[in-house]
Design a protein around this ligand. Sequence first.
Ligand code: AMP
Length: 356
Amino acid sequence: MLASDSTIGILGGGQLARMLAMAAARLGYRTIVLDPDAACPAAQVANDCIVAAYDDAAALAALFARADVVTYEFENVPVEPVRAAARADAPLYPPAEALEVAQDRVVEKAFLNGIGVETALWRAVDRVEEIGHALVDLDGDCILKTRRFGYDGKGQATIRREGPFEGAFESLGSVPSILEKKVPFAFECSVVAARGTDGTVRCFDPAENMHSLGILRRSCVPGRIDADTRRQVFSVTTTILERLAYVGVVGVEFFVLETGAVIVNEIAPRVHNSGHWTEAACAVSQFEQHVRAVVGAPLGDPRRHSDASMENLIGSEISRVQALLSEPETVLHLYGKAEARPGRKMGHFTRLSRHG
Ligand code: AMP
C-alpha cells in the first residue's frame, strides 16, 4: 500500500477526476491531473495540473515521473503514448489492456463473447457496402455505432430492419463502425465494482438506469433488480474483472430482458456516473474505492445503508440547486463548471430513503 503522502496521477480533469481527487485527499494522498484545459473541474481541487494534450509524450513522462501510480477518468486516453510513459515504479491502473478493450466496440464485444459473456448480436462494418449484408444477417432493427470515441449516445444511428440505411454510415463520419442488433430490454442496469491489487473483488449494489437522448438521467438502487438478476450481473462483472487482471473501479452496463436474462452493453474502465449514489448511500464511495484499489489499500465494504435515487443536473437544470439544497436527505454535488451549456453535466444529487 502506498504511503499516505504519495501522489496519484490522473489522466483527464473532468468531474470524475475531480471527485477522485477529493476522495484521494481525504485519505491523505496528493493528486496531479493532466488535462488540456487549465480550467478543468479537477484543477480546482487537485494539488497540481499539467496542462497538455493526452498524447504529449513529454507531459506524460512528467506525470509518470511525479506520480507513484497513474489512473484515468475516461477510456479514450491514447494507449500507446501512455504505455510508453508508464514506469515500473509508477504503474498504470486499470491496466492498458482494459483501455484497449473498452476503446473499441468490436474488440470489446469480441472479448466479452470470447469469455462467454453475452452481448447484442453484432457485425463489424468497416465500409458502407457491408451494411446491407450485416442487416440481413442480424435480421432485425439495429443500431450503427462508431467503433471508437462514442459516448453519451454520440456516434450512433438507428437503422430499421426494412431500411433505408443510406446515409447512416456517412452521418457517423464514414469511420469503422459496428452494427448491433437492437435488444428488446425491459430495463437497463449497471454494476460498479472494484478489484484490488490482491485480486479481491467488491461489487456495489446494481443500479437501474434511465437514459434520455443517450445521457444518463437517473440511477435507482435497488430499482427493479431482483435477487436473480443481482446474482447474474455480479457473476459477469467478477469474470470481466478477473479476465482483465483489473485493478480499480469498473462500470459494467447491462440490458435486462423480460425473461430475466442479462446482456452486457459496455464496459467503462473507470468510476461511472451510475455509481455516484455511493457517495451518499455507502460508507465508502466508488471514488474512495478506486483510490483504495490503485494505491493497494484494502477495499471498502460496498453495502449501502439507504435506498438511493441519483439524478444528473444537465445544462440549465443547475437552476434547481436552491430547491435541492432545501430538501432533507438529499446530497448535492456540483462540478464547478462556469458555463451551463445544453447537454453538459453540471452536477448530480442523490435522494436517500432509509431501508431496514
Ligand atoms: P451506448 O453508448 O452503447 O451505451 O448506448 C447508449 C444507449 O443506447 C444505451 O444505454 C441504450 O439505452 C441504447 N442502446 C445501445 N445499444 C443498444 C442495443 N444494442 N439495443 C438497444 N438499445 C441500445
